[in-house]
Design a protein around this ligand. Structure first.
Ligand code: PEP
Length: 241
């Protein structure tokens, strides 16, 4: 399958992993350039400033992995979107299924985080996804379109944002969704969000399957967890764009 030329936004989510050493290796790996898509790395928040300093000269943007709904205040341990932006970050992931599961983040909170991000000038990467149970009961499209509908209710008013379809059962499982499932879900999501918003796929993307997934209709790029911790893999995926 030939790659979908518009599938050009490649985002790495390091989760609670990595350090300065990994940044060094990644910067060395990417130093030769060789891609035409847009690359974003989302390291732990403690590394954002340093990641921005090292990666911006290579044309790689950085993003946070979460933000608080409020602009400031008595929220010990939390980070506002404005604090992320002050590090040089231009993006923030919101509504990741790991946060929905571990912290009970619900659709309305994800909507408020999305709005907080755009107010701070960040481009939110809003994650939605079905569980294995949703899929087994034939409700995958219904669940995922409901998650997106909640965010759209918040009146993004034409400000840039990115949607990421990440089936929960595909994350970290080594079992990416099939091209048919991705095409079905991305068509449903495109019908809900309209024309301009990039829709990424995430869930067990590797250098081996990235080309096939990027070729699926309406896939605007990839959100990559595990493989983004391997700079050689991340670079190979990026250079496929
Ligand atoms: C993720 O958690 O956003 C993700 C896509 O993880 P992985 O690539 O490891 O499945």
């Amino acid at each position: 399958m030939s790659a979908n030329p518009s599938a050009r936004l490649i985002v790495g989510n390091w989760k609670m992993n990595g350090g300065l050493g990994l940044l060094d290796v990644l910067a060395a790996e990417l130093a030769g350039g060789g891609w035409t898509g847009r690359a974003v790395v989302c390291p732990p928040a403690t590394l954002l400033g340093e990641a921005h300093r090292r990666l911006a000269p290579l044309g790689v943007e950085v993003g946070g992995q979460d933000c608080h709904v409020a602009e400031r205040g008595a929220h010990t341990g939390d980070l506002s979107a404005a604090l992320l932006a002050a590090t040089g970050a231009r993006h923030v992931i919101v509504g990741h299924s790991e946060r929905r599961a571990a912290y009970g983040e619900a659709d309305l909170q994800v909507r408020d985080k999305t709005l907080a991000a755009v107010e701070a000038g960040l481009s939110p990467i809003v994650c939605v996804g079905d569980t294995a149970e949703d899929r087994a009961s034939g409700r995958a499209v219904e669940v995922v379109t409901r998650q997106v509908g909640a965010v759209l209710d918040g009146a993004l008013n034409g400000r840039p944002w990115v949607l990421a379809y990440e089936p929960v059962w595909a994350i970290g499982s080594g079992r990416a969704a099939t091209a048919d499932d991705i095409a079905e879900m991305h068509a449903a999501l495109r019908a809900v969000v309209g024309g301009a918003t990039p829709i990424l796929y995430g869930g067990s993307v590797t250098a081996d399957n990235a080309g096939e997934i990027r070729a699926c209709p309406e896939v605007g790029g990839l959100l990559i967890g595990g493989a983004s911790l391997r700079p050689d893999q991340f670079a190979a995926i990026l250079r496929g764009c």
